[in-house]
Design a binder for this molecule. Structure first.
Ligand code: NAD
Ligand code: 6OD
Length: 477
């Protein structure tokens, strides 16, 4: 018997009438059985959240909420190994990665927003009118109410807590809809919430799918005050349409087709280390991954050769893709790349292990060269362990190529010339530009994308400003 994962509504686990399997991507086995929330259950979750905001939770002070967030982080850390095991069961990612990235970041997300909310300032103006009257204007930060949170499968706990923490810091209650592929850590977080003494109804989980299921019920729900979503651009558009008639704030972190720009003067070893992460971390299933690498011609062959070596060395320890369906999507791009005339420098297929992993969803890390900039493999997000590497001859050409995308999430620049780094960074059409590093995060900084990569910014005060309503008070003096 596999464990059953139920929705969590008003402080109680609630079984839905229909069940679906939670599949382990390493070998295709079923690790849990998830019960899907009905429309009525989503209504109940929203009511429970509204009740919490109207009740004790709505009366908490900033100090009390900051302490509560630290207790949630403590509860995650106390069950660190269990969170790692559940994340690994759902995603198939290596234990080392979940232990280094996903679970520590979940705790850090609660701690940072506990700190940020305590020091967050609001505007105040001393107003002087031409007729001699004066006033004091000051803003008051209030919760929005009930926030709907819809998240993807690639960094399930990290991306969920990145939204839950600031939403709770601002005094909201939340209804979360984790990806159907990765339901486990959102469910385990419900236990951590109980341990941390978070009142019933503040954190609710509804399991299910997107269209015609919990995702759509939540995004079209008239009683939800705001929606924050991370996932595919196409899904963001569907959520925007579903939410339109009940006008509400939306925050979207969407897809990317990110560029890395490598200059001949880069620190070669540091760049190869950085690129290996930027292309292959989490089997390329990070929205920030570089799927387009532009390399100054003088070092092109050298970089292609070294990254190829790195890909081949990484291959045996790379985790699987999330699902059979996603693997088919990635493999369809591997086939398309050949049709489009790519040279496959390494990879391009499915590895054979001779053990249970042959039933899993693995693909080979893949490096492509030789495609024109117009190729679909250079234009469309693949979301796998693959990049296309192309040469460039001038800084302007590199910038133009990097910016030639409808997305605009992240970019990285690799050079020892800091003047050039600042100059090129300023011209990148992306929400985040890293110089000589990748995915190095300060959680106070603005995080988000332009174009098809999203709407709004998360991080530090930017998150607080999304999850709260600023009310201005004008006092005549
Ligand atoms: P997805 O859009 O398929 O699913 C994300 C969530 O939306 C899931 O919970 C899903 O059930 C739900 N959903 C799907 N259709 C819906 C609908 N019509 N209404 C309401 N909810 C719906 O994304 P995914 O495949 O889980 O994740 C991969 C994608 O996410 C990639 O495109 C990646 O770039 C993007 N992503 C972006 C960021 C970022 O910060 N910009 C971070 C992680 C992932
Ligand atoms: O680091 C973060 O805060 C963040 N939102 C990362 C997103 C990664 C996308 O897959």
């Amino acid at each position: 018997m596999v464990p059953q994962l139920d929705s969590f509504i008003g402080g109680r686990f609630r079984r839905g009438p229909r069940a679906f399997p939670d599949i382990h991507p390493v070998d295709g086995s079923t690790v849990a059985c998830v019960t899907e929330a009905t429309a009525d259950m989503v209504d109940e979750a929203v009511s429970a959240a509204r009740g919490a905001v109207a009740g004790d939770w709505g009366r908490t002070t900033v100090r009390e909420r900051a302490a509560a967030l630290h207790r949630i982080a403590d509860a995650i850390e106390a069950r660190f190994d269990e969170f790692v095991a559940r994340e690994v069961a759902d995603t198939g990612k290596p234990v080392a990665l979940a232990s280094r990235l996903d679970v520590p970041r979940a705790a850090a997300n609660f701690r940072i927003f506990a700190d940020v909310i305590k020091t967050a300032c609001v505007e105040s103006f001393h107003t002087e009118m031409p007729d001699g009257r004066a006033a004091l204007n000051y803003a008051v930060r209030k919760p929005l109410g009930v926030v709907g949170i819809i998240t993807p499968w690639n960094l399930p706990l990290l991306l969920l807590t990145w939204k839950v923490a600031p939403a709770l810091a601002c005094g909201n209650a939340v209804v979360v809809k984790p990806s159907e592929e990765t339901p486990w850590t959102a469910t385990l977080l419900a236990d951590a919430m109980r341990t941390a003494g978070i009142p019933d109804g503040v954190y609710n989980v509804v399991h299910g799918f997107g269209p015609g299921s919990a995702g759509e019920f939540l995004s079209s729900h008239p009683e939800i005050d705001a929606i924050t979503f991370t996932g595919e651009t196409r899904t963001g558009a569907a959520i925007m349409a579903a939410a339109a008639s009940t006008v509400k704030p939306l925050s979207f972190e969407l897809g990317g087709k990110n560029a890395a720009v490598v200059f001949a003067d880069c620190d070669f070893d540091e760049t190869i280390d950085g690129l290996a992460d930027a292309v292959f971390l989490n089997t390329g299933q990070v929205c920030l991954c570089a799927e387009r690498v532009y390399v100054e011609r003088a070092v092109f062959e050298h970089i292609v050769g070294a990254l190829k070596e790195r890909a081949e060395a990484l291959a045996p320890n790379l985790g699987p893709l999330i699902s059979a369906q996603h693997r088919e999507k990635v493999l369809s791009y591997y086939r398309l790349a050949r049709e489009e005339g790519a040279c496959v420098e390494t990879g391009g297929g499915v590895p054979q292990f001779g053990d249970r992993r042959d039933n899993g969803f693995f693909v080979e890390p893949t490096i492509l060269t030789g495609l024109p900039e117009s190729a679909r493999c250079v234009k469309e997000e693949i979301f796998g362990p693959v990049c296309h590497i192309a040469p460039f001859d001038s800084e302007d050409e590199a910038i133009a190529k990097a910016n030639d995308t409808l997305y605009g999430l992240a970019a990285s620049i690799w050079t020892s010339d800091l003047k050039r780094a600042h100059r090129v960074a300023a011209q990148m059409r992306a929400g985040i530009t890293w110089v000589n590093c990748w995915f190095l995060r300060d959680l106070r900084t603005p995080f988000g994308g332009v174009g098809l990569s999203g709407i709004g910014r998360e991080g530090g005060l930017h998150s607080l400003n999304f999850y709260s309503a600023l009310n201005n008070v004008c006092v005549k003096l």
